[in-house]
Design a protein around this ligand. Structure first.
Ligand code: TXA
Ligand code: MG
Length: 331
């Protein structure tokens, strides 16, 4: 999880951030997936500040970040055996379990639903912060509602900003997030487990542990902002094009300022009218890690349209396809 670009947690910064959380403030912190906007989970007033800072509707639930699987029994009133097996296998890590809520999970956390989302993050800064504040941290991604998720502290600074001018009391910089897309979410409130959001832990991995199929949640799925079609969207219109259609898509937009994200060989043909050309990483893991940073960069490039070549198909790519599909919806 640690590499040259992610510094070890600084004890003084962690202690200060934990103090801010205990006092009811907001702390942006790195997780292995994306940066989270955290508040002390048991302080409804503090959790309420998350919604104002993001401009997020109050009926959207937020994930509770916990230190270990023992917290399941504090926040959920029951947990099926399968949920416990997934926690044992994938925690700490990029997996969120949606379970029937216990009384501790107040309405601001659950969005008024009867369920709570729990996740035990693996990132050393997130773990250090959880240990130092001594409780659970409610945290959605640290972006304004409907905008691109942040994978660096600079993304958070540019969007929400840090106090005194900005909306976040403290932004911890633990380097770029190594996974890059939000956690896989599995709903255990129904008769059988369902996939609410694909992520780096794949359906096949979940099914391998559970021994049963994990279908996508249908339209009866609980409210979740990650499920809104226009979520994760850059401000610039983004068009997904098949590899074979890139040249035609560029030709059809003569005179426009284009931002293009395509595999290296296809980029060679991308027209000179592109104001920014980014090479699409060839592995799903690298693509996911860099996806939001690339979208941030494309959005800031001055292009009037973004053309993104559809990445390859395959189970490892589900999370990337899901986010690109939502980014491409401009209505
Ligand atoms: O990787 C992640 O999950 C990141 C990091 C910060 O942990 N967090 C994140 O939070 O992506 P957020 O709020 O941006 O997305 C969490 C998704 C939302 O779509 C939310 O509605 C859903 O999880 N969610 C949370 N609690 C839920 C619940 N009780 N039932 C259904 N969906 C829930
Ligand atoms: Mg989010």
């Amino acid at each position: 999880m640690q590499d040259a670009s992610s510094p070890a947690p600084d004890p003084a910064l962690i202690a200060r951030a934990a103090q801010i959380l205990r006092a009811g403030g907001l702390v942006a912190f790195p997780t292995e997936t994306v940066y989270g906007l955290g508040a002390a989970a048991e302080q409804p007033e503090a959790v309420g500040r998350i919604f104002s800072a993001k401009g997020r509707p109050a009926d959207h639930p937020v994930i509770v970040h916990v230190q270990d699987a023992a917290a399941i029994d504090q926040w959920a009133r029951t947990a099926p055996e399968g949920a416990r097996r997934l926690a044992q296998r994938f925690w700490p890590g990029p997996l969120t379990l949606v379970l029937p809520r216990a009384a501790r999970a107040h309405d601001l956390i659950t969005g008024g639903q009867d369920s709570v989302g729990l996740r035990c993050p693996a990132h050393p800064w997130a773990r250090a912060l959880l240990a130092a504040c001594g409780g659970a941290i409610a945290a959605p991604s640290a972006n304004s509602f409907g905008r691109i998720s942040p994978t660096t502290a600079a993304h958070v600074r540019a969007d929400l900003g840090e106090a005194p001018q900005g909306k976040v009391d403290c932004i911890l910089d633990g380097g770029p997030c190594p996974v890059g897309i939000e956690s896989t979410i599995v709903d255990f409130t129904g008769v059988t487990p369902r996939l609410l959001r694909p992520g780096s832990i794949t359906r096949a991995q979940l099914e391998g542990v559970l021994g049963v199929p994990v279908p996508d949640a249908g339209s009866s799925a609980p409210r979740a902002s990650g499920r809104l079609d226009s979520h994760y969207a850059p401000r610039t219109p983004l068009v997904l094009v098949p590899m074979a259609g890139l040249a035609a898509a560029i030709n059809a937009r003569r005179g426009e300022r284009l931002g293009v994200l395509a595999p290296a060989d296809a980029l060679l043909d991308a027209s000179p009218q592109a104001v920014l050309r980014l090479i699409a990483p060839s592995s799903a893991e690298d693509y996911a890690r860099r996806l939001y940073a690339m979208l941030h960069e494309l959005d800031a490039s001055g292009a009037s349209t973004l053309l993104v070549v559809q990445p390859p198909q395959g189970p490892d790519w589900d999370g990337v396809h899901d986010r690109l599909r939502r980014a491409a919806t401009t209505i």
